[in-house]
Design a protein around this ligand. Structure first.
Ligand SMILES: Cc1cc2nc3c(=O)[nH]c(=O)nc-3n(C[C@H](O)[C@H](O)[C@H](O)COP(=O)(O)OP(=O)(O)OC[C@H]3O[C@@H](n4cnc5c(N)ncnc54)[C@H](O)[C@@H]3O)c2cc1C
Length: 399
């Protein structure tokens, strides 16, 4: 890389998982990043996160795995059940098996922890500057990218990474990636793991119901259980009481599964989130322009039903690093790298977007389709749950 490129400073919008991990990777190449974050502090929303082998593979070169693993949990199995039937339909082994097959384990952790670890590393890195309380309200991409803050400042960067997550209106306006509210809500809570049966506490559980599904997994080193319900509901977000009445009463949901009944009894309150309906990316040009690149949720909003949002954001950062590293001996043409990146990644984004949406349908089937689904899961469960195309390192980006 020539001296000119080394002095280059990239701008980044958003100090989330994508913004922090990308800046850490870019610092490895001797390039500075200035991140603008609208929040004032370090706390991020959300409770649990599943970190699959591809996420850990993408994190490993940042030397943060030891800190992460020390406070995370290795779930034994992924257990799939029908919420309206006793017992389980099928399960796959995660602990030991994932590491053996893909070189990295399957962890459950907290989003705050991952964020805290990345932020700590970024704060130690002299090539990364983070400005909190700095909301970027627009970017204009000409010869340079002009980022305008909500305080009226104009900041100019030759290149900008847009990593401001799924909800930013600014992103959806700028990138043509359509976003709206879906006909479902996400409810999350955290239960104390103290009195929970081991079948619940040691595993990732998925209960598929008619027009809802529930996922639970241990977080905070097994002391708590993260519970997420995705429920069809068109009402306004404020209609929390109605949702709670339905969800805190397993009888109204016709829940017959013992473990799920037990779990729901322990819940006293929820936080309700909207579920965004996302479009599918159709062209690589939707995520890059000459001087900017959209990564993480900003570039490829994803339904949570495949547990891959953060993993994809980490993959983005690692892939960008590998592409920049490959050109290090030439005069670095970052615009070309942005284009290569988008062309290389788009197929994977599309497949993730389609499959995560499909999972949402499959998990909430009713009638004959539910019956067929259950037969398939019972007889071919492990085969259907195998996700080599997601977890295998060589499928992330063939560079
Ligand atoms: C219910 C649910 C469950 C999930 N479970 C999983 C899971 O198990 N596994 C998994 O891999 N993923 C999961 N995800 C997805 C994961 O949390 C996200 O995909 C991931 O956080 C994306 O990272 P990001 O950096 O792109 O965006 P974010 O983490 O959202 O970060 C964006 C940052 O940009 C900042 N920002 C926004 N706008 C501006 C602006 N205009 N100016 C400056 N700053 C701005 C925000 O404050 C934020 O800090 C889940 C998501 C949901 C909703």
């Amino acid at each position: 890389m020539g001296n000119h490129s080394k002095r280059e400073m990239l701008g980044a919008v958003g100090a989330g998982i994508a913004g922090l991990s990308a800046s850490l990777y870019i610092a490895k190449l001797g390039i500075k990043t200035h991140i603008f974050e609208k929040r004032s502090g370090t706390e991020v929303d959300g409770v649990g996160i599943q970190l699959t082998p591809n996420a850990l593979y993408s994190l490993a070169p940042l030397n943060v795995l030891d800190d992460l693993i020390a406070e995370s949990f290795f779930p034994e199995k992924l257990i799939v059940s029908d919420a309206h039937l006793p017992g389980q339909l099928n399960s796959i082994q995660l602990k030991g098996e994932m590491e053996h097959k893909y070189g990295f384990p399957y962890l459950t952790s907290s989003r705050n922890l991952l964020h805290k670890i990345l932020l700590k590393r970024a704060n130690q890195e002299s090539l990364i500057k983070i400005s909190f309380n700095s909301k970027i309200i627009s970017t204009k991409d000409e010869n340079a990218v002009i980022c305008k803050t909500d305080l009226g400042k104009n900041l100019s960067f030759k290149y900008v990474l847009v990593c401001n997550g799924i909800t930013s209106k600014f992103t959806s306006h700028d990138s043509n990636i359509r976003l709206g509210f879906s006909d479902a809500k996400v409810l999350r809570t955290c239960l104390s793991g103290k009195d929970l049966p081991l079948g619940i506490l040691k595993n990732i559980n998925l209960w598929m119901g008619k027009s809802f599904h529930v996922v639970s997994y241990p977080v905070n080193n097994e002391s708590d259980l993260n519970v997420v319900i995705v429920k069809k509901n068109r009402g306004p977000l404020g209609d929390k009481k109605k949702l709670e009445n339905e969800l805190l009463n397993p009888r109204l949901l016709s829940v017959r599964n013992q473990n799920l009944t037990y779990l729901l009894k322990g819940v006293t309150s929820w936080s309700v989130w909207p579920l965004y309906r996302t479009g599918i990316i159709t062209r690589a040009t939707q995520i890059y322009s000459r001087n900017s690149l959209y990564i993480g949720d900003a570039g490829h909003p994803l339904y949570p039903h495949l547990a891959q949002g953060a993993a994809l954001a980490l993959e983005d950062s690692h892939t960008l690093y590998k592409l920049l590293h490959r050109c290090r001996s030439d005069k670095l043409n970052i615009s070309k790298v942005f284009q290569n990146f988008a062309e290389l990644r788009i197929r994977r984004y599309q497949r993730m977007q389609v499959e995560s949406r499909l999972n949402g349908y499959i998990f909430q089937q009713q009638g004959i389709l539910r019956f067929i689904r259950n037969i398939l899961v019972k007889n071919f469960g492990p085969k259907l749950m195998e996700k080599d195309w997601i977890y295998e390192n060589r499928n992330i980006s063939r560079i």
